[in-house]
Design a binder for this molecule. Structure first.
Ligand code: G
Ligand code: G
Ligand code: MN
Ligand code: NA
Length: 252
């Protein structure tokens, strides 16, 4: 597969680009940012992750790719200017990356070699990793949580996680998938799902991030439902990390 060998090269040639998307409180205050990788291909231009993350996952390239993203994020966190920005950076961790036997060691190593503060790091995992091997997942998450790292369940509500699992894991946050958010103001079923997720989060004392908030209608619906963070085009698109940081620092 051509894309696979090109992607292997891309990781080595530094063709990947780190983007950040803001996560804001109801008052618009910056609370966090999600790291989203892009591929600046010399011929194809900017390749969206939806096209190459699945290839990376299937081929195992997600491991070096994930290391690249984590390292860039930890380097950012370790920068002096970051002490002026009150945010945590959320990094997506793919199931295959999380299942690596040395995943915990790699994260520790990256924190140590960059000097990043672990309490500024949040790892996003999907519901699938909970189902895979619960004992292994509990072990890895507990070790990392003990360092101060937070965990978030990405695309919550689209998988098959049981609430019993949620209770057994050191999780701090649920992210409501954009599919639910986008139809919630008009679709009573999606509205009910959003309410159910917020109820679970309240009971388990978890923070909630609503993803894919694009319109005022969606924001108004969410405002009427309870406290959460907003991530979406309405409050800010993903932008190259350097540009995004300059922008945030200038508006401090
Ligand atoms: O930015 P966009 O919506 O096109 O991203 C598409 C998908 O790619 C999302 O599901 C997102 O979680 C995933 N993705 C983006 N960056 C990363 C990354 O650094 N690591 C992993 N594993 N997935 C990522
Ligand atoms: O799977 P994950 O949640 O990591 O992916 C988040 C993806 O959602 C990112 O790739 C980002 O580009 C995309 N995204 C962020 N905000 C919006 C939005 O408001 N609308 C839509 N359609 N996509 C968004
Ligand atoms: Mn995510
Ligand atoms: Na998501």
């Amino acid at each position: 597969f051509a894309l696979e060998s090109e992607l292997r090269q891309a990781i080595e040639n530094d063709e990947l680009v780190l983007y950040l998307q803001p996560q804001c409180g109801i008052d618009g205050r910056l609370e966090g940012a999600e790291a989203l990788v892009r591929w600046r291909h010399p011929q194809r231009g900017l390749v969206p992750p939806g096209l190459f993350i699945p290839v990376a996952e299937d081929s195992g390239l997600i491991v070096p790719l994930g290391d690249w993203v984590l390292t860039r994020c930890c380097e950012l966190l370790a920068r002096q200017e970051m002490s002026h920005l009150p945010l945590r950076i959320a990094v997506n961790v793919s199931p295959r990356q999380f299942r690596q036997a040395d995943f915990v060691q790699r994260v520790r190593h990256t924190l140590a070699s960059t000097g990043a503060d672990p309490t500024r790091l949040l790892l996003e995992v999907t519901e699938g990793v909970m189902l895979d091997n619960l004992a292994d997942t509990v072990g890895k998450m507990s070790e990392l949580a003990a360092l101060g790292i937070h965990f978030s369940i990405d695309d919550f509500g689209t998988g098959y996680s049981s609430l019993a699992y949620l209770k057994r894991l050191p999780i701090h946050e649920l992210k409501i998938d954009k599919a639910f958010i986008q139809d919630a103001p008009s679709d009573p079923n999606d509205a009910a799902l959003v309410d159910a997720i917020l109820a679970v989060a309240r009971h388990l004392n978890l923070r909630v991030v609503a993803e894919g908030v694009e319109t005022e209608d969606q924001a108004a619906f969410l405002r009427s439902r309870g406290p959460l963070l907003y991530q979406g085009y309405l409050t800010g698109r993903p932008e190259p990390a350097e540009q995004q940081l300059d922008h945030w620092l200038a508006s401090q």
